[in-house]
Each structure stands twice: as C-alpha cells, then as structure tokens.
Design a protein around this ligand. Structure first.
Ligand code: GCU
Length: 611
C-alpha cells in the first residue's frame, strides 16, 4: 500500500468522525523546556492493532462510529457490543519504543494505539499546546474523540494547539502510531538500523500567553566572531510589540520592534567568549516581548570553509569524530533524555572526540543540548538513506519537511555545525535533483551552517596501487564532502589501504563519514580472523595510516561508537541482529580498536591537522 493510500486511509476516516475540521500541526514552539510545561510521560494504555481494526472496518473503510479506537468508547449496557478497551489492554512506557518493552513486539511493525487521560486547569488568559518529541513513523493524534492531526517522520517534533479542545477534567488523548515501512517513505524500506516504533520521545503540555515568543534565532553572522544576527517570531493577536534581547554576561541589552507579522530582525555587535570544544561557553540569553519571555542558553561560534580547511572561530580545525546511532547506552532500545545523551557523549569524549556524527536521522534534542554543554561539534542528518524514491514528489516534500523540522528545532545550538542531507545514495539525475533541492533548502533555512552528505567514491586500480577519486555530481553543491568507505571489511583486506590514495578535484574539505569493521567483544584471534577484536584493531591501524595521507581530510567519524541492533544482521554467534562495528559493545565494553582511535585523537589534539 503506497504512502499516499496509507494517508488516504488515515485522512478519510478523520473529518467525518470529528465533525469539527481537523487541527493542523502548529508551527514548532522553540525551546519548550523553558516554558510552563506539564509532562504526560509515564505508563500509557496501549492496544496493539496489527490489522488496524481501530481505524478500518472489515471492508477497509474508515470507521465512522464508536468502534473507532480514538473514541475510547465504553459499553453503556451489558448488552452493548464494544470490542476494544484501553483500560484492560496493558500499558507501554512513554517515551520509549515498543519493540524492547515486550518480547513479542521486538520485530513488530504495524499500528499501536496509545491512550492517556489527564486533567488540566489552564489559566483562562493563556493558550495550550500539545508537544510531541517524536513518534516513529506515522502518527495520528486525537483529543477527546476528535482528531488533532497527523505527522509523518519518526525523528522530529511536532505540536498541536489544544486551547479550545482541552477541558479542565477528563481529557483523553489517543495516538495511533504506525511504523510499517513504505517504499515512498523517508527512510524507505531498507535500513541497517532497527525500525523502533512508538512514542519515542517526551510528550508535553505547553502553556503560553495569548501572544507568545514562538521562535527565534540568535547566532553569529556567518564568518564573524562579533556580529550577532537573528530574528524573533511572535505568535498571537498582539503581533506588534517591543522586544528586548538581553545577554547579561556580555553586557548586551537591545530593544527592537516586531512588525505587523510579529517578526523582528536584528544585528548588533558584542564582545563574546566564543564557544569551542575546549571551552564550550554558553550564555544566558533573555528574549522578552511585552507579553512573554523565554530564557535560552546559547553558545556563539563561527563555522566556515576556506578551500580544503574547516575554520572554527576563524581557526583551522580537525574534526576528531565518531558516528553514533540513537540507541540507549546501557539498556536495549531507543535513547532519549539527558542521561542517555550524557553517557553516549562521555564515551565520545573519552575517545578524544571534538565532533560526533548523529546518524542517520535527527537525534533527541537532549543530545544537541548536551553536545553544546560538553563541547562536541555535531553533524546532524535527515534519513535520506540509500534508495529513496527520488522521482516521487510526496517523498521529496516529506524529506524537505523533516529537514525543516530538524533545523527549526536545533538552529540555536552552537554545537551543530553541519547538516547532512543524505547517506550513501546512488547517483542519478533524479537523485541529484532531489538532493540539490535539500541542499538549497538547508542553506535558505539557515545560512550560518555547513551542508554535507555521506557520499561514496569509485576506486581505480593502477598497477599495485588503488586510487579513489571523489567524483559525485552533487559534491560541487556541498560545503563539506562526506565519504563512506569500507576497505578491509566489505572490500579487500585492511592492508589494501597501504596502497590506496585519495584524490579530489573539488578543493573542498573531506570528512571520512564512515569506515570500520565488525568485532564481537571478547572474541579473540589473529588479525586476519574476521569478527575478532584483533581484526578490527588491525583494520583501524591501517585505515588511520591511509587517512593521514589524504591531504584534504579534515575530519572522520568512524562507524561506529557502539554495537547497535539491525534487522539486516542475521549471522548467529557474531551478529544476532546486531551490527558489531561498534568500538564499544552493546553492553558498554570497550574493544581493542577503541584504544587505537583514542591514541590517534590524543596525538591530534593540540597538533595541526595532518598535512
Ligand atoms: C553503511 C551505512 C550504515 C551501515 C554501515 C554498515 O555505510 O551507512 O548505516 O550500518 O554501512 O554496513 O555497517
């Protein structure tokens, strides 16, 4: 069933059932944790519904009566037939994927209905929003038997305004979350990561004034270390207001006026201690209108490219990185929240990293804010992964939407330096057009950051040497080139890197976005026995020697920090549905190669980038 049809099913059953027009996903409220919030996290009632009987009748027509699960209807008499009941159907924890909460749901792909009741006494003069950190993959949201709207994409936040829909008591919130894979989706049907389904990030009620500070950007102008430029967007009836931007520690206090569309744009200079991994300085920034105030914590740094150099605060920097999947460090399942972020990023710091690639989709906001605090630069990516339907306009719209939602959430994070629009995608005209559109979108939405993608390159054998040429048509549209290679694992032997050279005519910096090999922690043998720690160690040693010889290399994010679940990894004994390319096992044990990379990063730290 194509996505469009899936939506048709979704969309068709809604308006008839609710009478009142569907609400829509509201513009994203920035920095909700700095607002007046109430968490709806915890144990939610849940119904696992593999055949969507909660939405469709036996003719696959949208349900229009109390049999629709979002009605949360109870039999009014002993003789009334009602074939669902949230209260006796068991619970699932929110946030959390459903796959690791019940053994029988580990491989489950389909719909799960969630129900949560709550009372909420809103101050009469305020507005109320429902904020969802992320739901994988399709989410339809209902409040008190009425539809609020739907959202596609498993890794970005969305809001609904419920000011006129919530009542003081007895609210019931129902979500239908479906993670069935579809060819026209982003990502599509084939990923080397587990398709964790569910309400995977926090759910929050957010109370704001009638006219509130919807969003803002307070960043250094591109290439400047003193000029702050930005904007503030109000939402509400009273759009023309006085606005104050204060950065008390930097002695900044500026007044501006918003225009008739509630927007103010500004630029002013300031003496600032710049954010860097060595000194991740964050400033308290107060954004106050006449009716609302938001306190933010922002670092100021400039990031730019000059030739094959990447300049942080005007100085050339080498990105000592590691790739990370959003899996919890010390328990199965999706990671979320500060503790998971702190643990994963502490392992990266222990490696000697100043940079992390958050693969292959936007990670939880906590990860970005933690990177701000811990001093780790970030490569963030949208899941345009492998063989996307390049010629399908709804697929492009979906990818653009996920990119914009990612930028909308994280554009004030100093740590975030690179947006990646794709991973290992096959070159074609349609693909090039698709990715060029995303590159343009990213630059338009945020001109202060760099845009990249994880490309793949062709090898040319010459005598006993191998030359790898960066030659992807979209490379000329990117600020920074990313490249994934698996010499020594999927192709050749680790030693083949000794006779491999890299060339590029783009005159741009390269980040080796992936390299590596699998090892089962504790499995030992000689350096040529696959799956042993010695093989992985040997592979890293040879890779590092090759990487040091690449003149335009300005960073690397080896694949990967920690072993992670993958449905593509079926080999018993060694994989058991885990990708074992981690430098840390799924139980947090460090493999020998961890220390090889740590040694390199210790050498590099303080040294100029390898020439
Ligand atoms: C690819 C891909 C990863 C995958 C890795 C691997 O490069 O981008 O998602 O996990 O290879 O094969 O281990």
């Amino acid at each position: 069933m194509t996505n469009f049809l899936r939506w048709l099913t979704f969309a068709l059953c809604l308006p008839f059932l609710s009478g009142r027009g569907a609400a829509q996903v509201a513009p994203l409220i920035a920095n909700i944790n700095a607002r007046q919030t109430t968490s709806l996290d915890g144990q939610w009632q849940a119904i696992v519904d593999p055949y969507d009987v909660g939405a469709l009748d036996y003719r696959a027509q949208p349900l229009k009566n109390n049999n629709a699960f979002y009605k949360n209807y109870k039999p009014q008499s002993e003789s009334e037939l009602v074939e669902y009941d949230f209260d006796t159907s068991g619970q699932l924890h929110v946030p959390g994927d459903w796959n690791t909460q019940r053994e029988q749901l580990l491989f489950y792909e389909g719909s799960v209905w969630y129900e949560r009741s709550f009372d909420y006494a809103k101050s009469p003069k305020n507005r109320l929003f429902l904020h969802l950190g992320a739901c994988n993959y399709l989410a339809a949201v209902y409040l008190n038997g009425e539809e609020l709207g739907e959202h596609e994409g498993g890794f970005t936040p969305f809001d609904f305004e419920i000011t006129d829909r919530a009542r003081a008591q007895g609210n019931f919130l129902v979500l239908r979350v479906n993670n069935t894979r579809g060819r026209d989706q982003v990502p599509t049907v084939n990923t080397d990561w587990w398709n964790y389904g569910g309400i995977t990030r926090p759910v929050t009620l957010v109370e704001v004034p009638q006219t509130f500070v919807q969003d803002y950007s307070v960043q250094l102008e591109k290439g400047s270390t003193r000029q702050i430029t930005g904007w503030v967007q109000l939402n509400g009836a009273k759009l023309q207001q006085n606005l104050t931007i204060r950065i008390p520690e930097a002695g900044v206090s500026k007044i501006f006026q918003t225009n008739s569309r509630g927007r103010a744009e500004f630029s002013f200079s300031a003496d600032l201690t710049l954010w860097s991994p060595e000194n991740p300085k964050l400033y308290r920034v107060e954004i106050a209108s006449e009716t609302d105030q938001v306190i933010e914590s922002i670092g100021f740094r400039s990031i730019e490219v000059r030739g094959t150099d990447i300049l942080l605060n005007g100085k050339s920097v080498f990105l000592r990185g590691i790739s990370i999947h959003e899996e919890a460090p010390t328990r199965p399942g999706r990671a979320w929240g500060d503790d998971d972020a702190r643990t994963l990023l502490s392992w990266a710091k222990e490696l000697g990293c100043n940079f992390v690639r958050l693969a292959h989709y936007p990670h939880d906001e906590s990860m970005l804010r933690m990177a701000d605090q811990m001093g780790l630069m970030v490569w963030a990516e949208v899941p345009v992964y492998w063989t996307i339907q390049w010629e399908n306009p709804p697929t492009l719209h979906n990818a653009e939407n996920q990119l914009n939602e990612m930028i909308a959430r994280d554009h004030n994070r100093a740590a975030l330096i690179i947006y990646s629009v794709a991973n290992e995608t096959p070159v074609s005209d349609a693909r090039n057009r698709f990715l060029r559109q995303l590159i343009q979108d990213a630059h338009a939405a945020d001109p202060t950051r760099l845009v990249s993608a994880a490309l793949q390159s062709n090898e040319v054998a010459e005598g006993n040497r191998m030359t790898i040429q960066m030659n992807d048509p979209i490379a000329s549209d990117l600020d920074v080139l990313g490249n994934s290679e698996y010499i020594g694992w999927y192709t050749g032997r680790p030693e083949d890197t000794d006779s491999t050279d890299w060339i590029s005519e783009y005159g741009k910096p390269l980040i080796m976005s992936e390299f590596g090999g699998d090892a089962l922690f504790g499995y030992h043998g000689d350096a040529h026995t696959r799956w042993t720690e010695e093989y992985q160690k040997n592979l890293y040693e040879h890779q590092i020697a090759m990487l040091k010889r690449i003149p335009f290399l300005r960073g690397m994010t080896p694949w990967i920090l920690k072993d992670f679940r993958s449905p593509r990894r079926t080999l018993p004994r060694f994989e058991n549905y885990f990708n074992r390319k981690g430098l840390v096992s799924d139980r947090g044990e460090k493999k020998e190669a961890f220390f090889v990379l740590q040694k390199l990063y210790r050498e590099l730290r303080g040294a100029q980038p390898p020439k």
